[in-house]
Design a protein around this ligand. Structure first.
Ligand code: ARG
Length: 275
């Protein structure tokens, strides 16, 4: 297929990742997790390594958060914080099983020299539900992050926040239903959102790429974009073709082991945006 648009520009990024050495599915806090179906940390680590290699290969800087035993979901660093202009809003997890991850993130940001580092008061699952999209933050409520956290994010991060409501439990975090491609464009799966939110997204992003049910179901929207390259699950073939036609470069990765925890490539990546 031929690209019909001019080449898009990549911006070098800095990402925080955490190797899934303690990865497991020991509890179920989203519909993808089934503790009776074994998950293998060795396989998860191999697949995660491919993600890290892909991100480095694209020229991005990858920083590592040390994995802690007893925190099997810690590989999903996207949930630990939201970082805008060097300002850090550390998460407050909805489920007690993940609560201690927030402290690990807080310690990492303080040790790495970020200031201010503010820990959320209301439930806030970081970039899982708060996505910086150019001038604004797109924020979801419905399953995890609370609406009060959206107001706090506007105050702490200093950007207008657009509240969206998620309605399908399979897409319990915003980054499972919507991906920011660059400052102007997004891709998303409309049925994951309440009617009023769909209307809002249509008005804000009339030229968004819309995902099919099949691509959304394989977590195709759980993608990491640098403005040109879009790292996404290999199974999302329709989305990859659409991205290519729009001038983006799809970078497929295979992470089925981490999908057993309800996560994909974007869940494993927290963008660090220094001041
Ligand atoms: N098992 C984790 C949870 O349910 C998966 C988190 C996925 N992360 C994400 N950014 N969507 O909390």
């Amino acid at each position: 297929m031929r690209s019909t648009r001019p080449a898009r520009a990549a911006r070098r990024r800095r990402y925080l990742l955490c190797p899934p050495v303690h990865f497991a599915v020991e509890y179920a806090i989203n519909p993808w997790m089934d503790p009776t179906r074994p998950a293998d940390p060795g396989t998860a680590l191999r697949q995660w390594n491919e993600l890290r290699t892909a991100l480095r290969g694209l020229g991005h800087r990858v920083e590592l958060l040390a994995p802690l035993p007893g925190l099997p979901d810690m590989v999903f660093t996207a949930n630990g914080a939201t970082v805008v202009d060097g300002r850090v809003l550390v998460a407050r997890f909805r489920h007690r099983e993940r609560a201690a991850e927030a402290q690990a993130h807080r310690r990492w940001f303080l040790a790495s020299g970020y200031r201010p580092v503010h820990t959320a008061g209301p439930v806030n699952e970081g970039e899982g539900d708060l996505l910086l999209a150019g001038p604004r933050i797109l924020a979801a409520a419905g399953f995890r992050t609370s609406r009060a956290a959206h107001r706090e994010a506007r105050r702490i991060l200093g950007r207008p926040v657009v509240t969206l409501t998620l309605v399908d439990p399979r897409f319990y975090h915003l980054d499972t239903a919507l991906a920011v491609l660059d400052d102007e464009r997004i891709m998303y799966y409309p049925p994951a959102f309440a009617t009023a939110s769909r209307r809002l997204l249509r008005a804000l992003y009339p030229d968004a790429i819309l995902a099919s049910a099949a691509d959304a179901a394989v977590f195709g929207l759980n993608a990491v974009s640098d403005g040109r390259h879009v790292v996404l699950p290999a199974a999302a073939r329709g989305l990859a073709a659409r991205l290519h036609a729009e001038g983006y470069v799809p970078v497929p990765v295979r992470m089925p082991e981490l999908l057993k925890g309800g996560g994909g490539p974007k869940c494993c990546v927290l963008e660090l945006r220094p001041a």
